[in-house]
Design a protein around this ligand. Structure first.
Ligand code: FAD
Length: 277
């Protein structure tokens, strides 16, 4: 299908992008791999697209003040080839390799993925498990939103109208921290039917986040409490898996029923914990 007519503006600075969004129903255009499909289906009809692909402020990765900073316009493929990310956050490399196909990985961006907040997207689970926060800028200036406060529902976030994601900021993990991302994927799109991200620290604190399971990606506090502070072995991993998804409203669709998703979540949590043993 062909999208409804729209104006197009390519901006050179973040301030210009903020001004271009002000007071209208315009949308930012990053990789376009989520926005353009929904526009073609006419589920979204912005009157203007503000192209942010040229903004250098949104590009690159760096380590700064004890954090790994990933620009919002960094593509999935950029992450896959990034040495800083490879050394500090190896589960990001695995997740990047599992996203879509080559075209999606070459164009889709981490900022676009977080803003779109697809319930089956991969990055939300990883940013949650890594205790990340999202740096945004709008008319009122810059602010940071913790990942646990960012994803608020199906395709919804705590971004305010006119705000732009500038970067994703992850605290540098303690030396010896281990990470894992395990995903049961939809075979055509490779979106997560169930994705589980784990970060295990040397003091045995364990962060566990799921995607694909519910309206939005989330940290599983019960599973974390069950396994944190304990050695990883068959019994403790089984107990953590059994405590997962308590009080979670689990999705049911033509890819997987609620019962099947619950089963998969346990299996994939076990795989993720076994990988950080
Ligand atoms: P866009 O499509 O350009 O934008 C998406 C939304 O985010 C828009 O509302 C836009 O206005 C907003 N936005 C973009 N950048 C910013 C910003 N900096 N600040 C604020 N708002 C912003 N994803 C997965 O996680 N796993 C998969 O396996 C997977 N498979 C896919 C397979 C196919 C065939 C396709 C088409 C997509 C797939 N995706 C998958 C989604 C893909 O990763 C998208 O690229 C990503 O979700 C959106 O990033 P984008 O840069 O393309 O954003």
């Amino acid at each position: 299908m062909i999208p409804a007519a729209f104006d197009y503006q390519k901006v050179k600075t973040v301030d210009e992008a903020i001004a271009a969004l002000a007071g209208g129903d315009g949308k930012l255009l990053a990789g376009g791999h989520s926005l353009i499909p929904v526009m073609k289906l006419r589920m979204n009809r912005p009157s203007k697209l503000v192209d942010i692909t040229g903004l250098s402020a949104l590009k690159g990765t760096k380590e700064e003040d004890g954090e790994i900073v990933i620009g919002a316009a960094v593509t999935h493929a950029d992450i896959f080839y990034d040495n800083l990310i490879k050394n500090r956050l190896p589960f990001f490399i695995r997740a990047a390799s599992l996203i879509g196909d080559l075209q999606v990985r070459n164009h889709g961006t981490i900022g676009g993925s977080l803003a779109h907040a697809d319930p089956a997207a991969d990055w939300p689970a990883l940013v949650l498990a890594a205790d990340g926060s999202i740096e945004v800028q709008g008319k009122a200036g810059k602010r940071r939103i913790k990942a646990v406060d960012f994803f608020t529902g199906l395709f919804t976030t705590s971004l305010q109208d006119g705000e732009i994601i500038i970067s994703v900021r992850i605290p540098v993990p303690a030396e010896g921290a281990k990470t894992s991302y395990q995903k049961f994927e939809q075979p055509a799109s490779r979106f997560a039917i169930v994705g589980c991200a784990v970060m295990r620290f040397p003091n045995s604190k364990t962060n566990i986040a799921f995607t694909g399971v519910s309206d939005n990606a989330f940290r599983d506090a019960n599973a974390e409490a069950e396994i944190s502070g304990k050695p990883l072995n068959n019994e403790s991993i089984e107990a953590a898996a059994n405590s997962a998804l308590r009080n979670v409203n689990v999705l049911s669709d033509h890819f997987a029923s609620e019962e099947y998703r619950r089963h998969l979540a346990k299996v994939y949590l076990k795989k993720a914990l076994e990988a950080v043993m």
